[in-house]
Write a protein of this length. Structure first.
Length: 539
């Protein structure tokens, strides 16, 4: 066997990092006492391998059983391609909306092929079909949490009785393996003709090779060691023989083992840092999963399943209602919170209907239209999008736009000149009026200084007066405002004109149902609904 290369001085901090990862894994084994370690392939294997070396040098009992599963970003990519996410083009872990995380968790319950593969890998590692009770998952790092959510969701469905800890080992990512290989085993200047890596694709192939393992298939939990037949090895064989490349990861792990063993006498077990593994599945994600799976959930069911207080459950459900992620079916204690069918069909890519540019609805058909404030930027794409919105308003027959804007302290109203420009191009006279509602800040943290967090009646009444005046002048009026304010203005207008209280809310919903995304609740906010209910008739 060839002598192992020396570790370049520049790489000493990275090997120190691997040492800390090994210590971290061993510390968690001692404290958590898992009967299974699940190493996530591919970068999660390095910290587990280093921990095995350290354990063999310092501990009298056997290292726990290790299963190695190919669970990573490629599985998230499949999810991204299968569904239309609500707010982003791709899943971004804990930064995704609850409805998207819940959909991912629900989708995992349908992947019976992955369930079977995981059970097989675990049974082979433990040499028994008996389910594990304590599982330590090891990955090289946690970024936005996509892989952690994916793994814990899968384990929670396959092994619901197991206590799972997902450990961020803070180990090497695959680029570290590649860079060490190029620094100590096969210098770039000796491998590539011009002394530099020729392309990003070759860079990626080197990283896949150096880590020593590859996917059997992206849609599988199985993996395999790199071999002369591996795609990355074949691609790189124009620079060195395939057999030479296959030996590279073996040498890298041998250096890691030598380094960890050489420092093993310095290992002192310590209490694990909870920050390294405090990434559990949130209650709201699991609640949303259940709504997807069971076509709804009652508030009492959510409280009982997840040990939440009535106040906590109500807070979560109210937030979902406000963002129109869920709707309500039924009454009283049996009322269920469900994902509306149009939203389900949109996310499941069953409905490809092109939506209107505006989320707008007629309060008075052909006379009074309420909707969002059209977004406008000076970028070419933003300008063209806004022009299409303006043209759609003109197609509705709108000849007057009342733009109600809440102004933060020190800000001026934002003008959108495109409505006038598009109207001139179409040869129709129109008018635009901006109504600013000044909001003062109560503190530097930007808390809105309003009555119970809602606009004052003295600010709303002049807007209603202006609407009445435009309609009296025979104008076809579009009133735009932010979501909450828009519905408040529409509901208070109805109350002024003979439909106060619950009648205003019922009429609002009926009007909303006739517009774009008519399934949404109008208004969605509990505070906005209360505001409309309390608005005096005729005011």
């Amino acid at each position: 066997m060839k002598p192992l290369p020396a570790i370049p001085d520049a790489f000493q901090p990275r090997f120190d990092e691997m040492w800390r990862s090994a210590c971290k894994v061993c510390d968690n084994i001692l404290a958590f006492q898992p009967d299974l370690i699940l190493a996530l392939m591919h970068s999660g294997w390095g910290p587990v391998f280093a921990a095995q070396v350290l354990w063999s040098q310092t501990q009298p009992r056997s290292f726990p059983a290790v299963a190695r599963a190919n669970i990573g970003r490629e599985k998230i990519d499949i999810f991204d391609e299968t569904f239309r996410l609500l707010t982003t083009d791709f899943f971004v872990g804990e930064y995704s909306t609850d409805i998207d995380v819940g959909k991912l968790l629900a989708w995992l319950t349908t992947r019976v092929d992955w369930h079977a593969q995981l059970r097989q890998q675990v049974a082979e590692a433990r040499q028994t079909a008996e389910a594990p009770q304590r599982i330590l998952v090891v990955d090289d790092c946690i970024h936005e949490g996509s892989t952690s959510i994916l793994t814990q969701g899968l384990l929670g469905w396959v092994y619901p009785q197991a206590d799972v800890r997902f450990l961020d080992a803070n180990g090497w990512y695959r680029t570290n393996y590649r860079e060490f290989m190029l620094a100590a085993l096969c210098p770039v200047s000796e491998v590539f003709p011009e002394g530099k890596i020729p392309s990003d694709e070759v860079n990626s192939q080197l990283a896949r090779l150096a880590i020593g393992s590859e996917n059997v298939a992206d849609d599988s939990l199985f993996w395999q060691p790199v071999s002369p037949h591996s795609p990355s090895v074949q691609a790189l064989s124009i620079y060195r023989p395939a057999t030479d490349w296959v030996e590279m990861p073996q040498a890298i792990y041998a250096v890691i083992a030598q380094y960890i063993a050489g420092r093993s006498a310095a290992y002192v077990p310590a209490a694990p840092n909870p920050r390294d593994y405090s990434f559990p599945l949130r209650s709201e994600w699991c609640m949303m999963r259940d709504i997807w799976l069971e076509n709804g959930i009652t508030r009492r069911q959510a409280e009982m399943r997840y040990g939440l207080s009535s106040q906590e459950t109500r807070r979560i459900l109210d937030r979902w209602l406000e963002f129109n992620d869920v709707g309500m079916e039924g009454y009283g204690r049996g009322m269920r919170y469900v994902i509306p069918q149009p939203l389900q069909r949109k996310i499941d890519k069953l409905d490809n209907t092109v939506e209107d540019p505006h989320e707008a609805y007629w309060l008075l058909p052909g006379k009074l239209l309420f909707g969002e404030r059209p977004w406008y930027t000076d970028s070419p794409e933003g300008t063209e999008w806004a022009r299409r919105e303006m043209r759609s308003l003109l197609d509705y027959g709108v000849d007057c736009w009342l733009d109600v804007q809440i102004l933060h302290e020190g800000k001026s109203p934002q003008e959108n000149p495109l409505f006038l420009q598009e109207a001139q191009a179409m040869g129709g006279p129109v008018s635009v009026k901006i109504v600013p509602l000044a909001i003062q800040y109560a503190s530097k943290e930007n808390y809105l200084h309003t009555r119970r967090g809602r606009p004052n009646r003295k600010d709303i009444r002049p807007v209603l007066d202006q609407i009445d005046q435009f309609l009296a002048d025979g104008r076809i009026l579009y009133v735009s405002a932010s979501d909450k304010l828009r519905s408040i203005l529409a509901g208070c207008y109805l109350a002024r004109h003979g439909k106060p209280g619950k009648a205003a809310l019922a009429e609002l919903q009926a009007c909303r149902a006739s517009g774009s995304n008519g399934w949404k609740r109008e208004p969605a906010s509990r505070k906005a609904r209360r505001y409309i209910l309390e608005w005096p008739a005729g005011l």
